[in-house]
Design a protein. Structure first.
Length: 109
């Protein structure tokens, strides 16, 4: 194990710690104001509902070349990946539309 591997594992640990801290500290801070915690909860529920809808409309079709090694893709995994991709597409379109509408609103004012 050389220094590259050690630094790679250290960076993985730092990213993990950063992710945990970035989620926990706002939750601790929001305990002072329960309304902000409720807004966050509604946002999470909205994203979960969107994912459920996208998961429901995604296909579970698996091409024969992906059924074997090295992929071993099952129909359930295919539907999950499809649902995640459609959710990502929808959220990306919503974000771009929000940016465009905000800029148009600023230009009009």
């Amino acid at each position: 194990m050389d220094s590259y591997d050690i630094m790679l594992y250290v960076s993985y640990a730092l990213v993990g710690i950063g992710a945990v801290v970035s989620v926990l500290l706002p939750l601790i801070k929001s305990l002072d104001d329960p309304k902000s915690l409720m807004k966050t909860g509604l946002g999470v529920v909205a994203i979960l509902v969107l994912f459920f809808i996208c998961y429901s409309i995604s296909s579970n079709e698996v091409l024969p070349k992906f059924e074997g090694e090295p992929f071993n893709l099952t129909p359930e995994m295919s539907q999950l990946v499809g649902g995640l991709m459609i959710t990502t597409y929808v959220l990306t379109i919503v974000a771009i539309a929000g940016i465009v509408l905000t800029e148009l609103n600023k230009a009009i004012k």
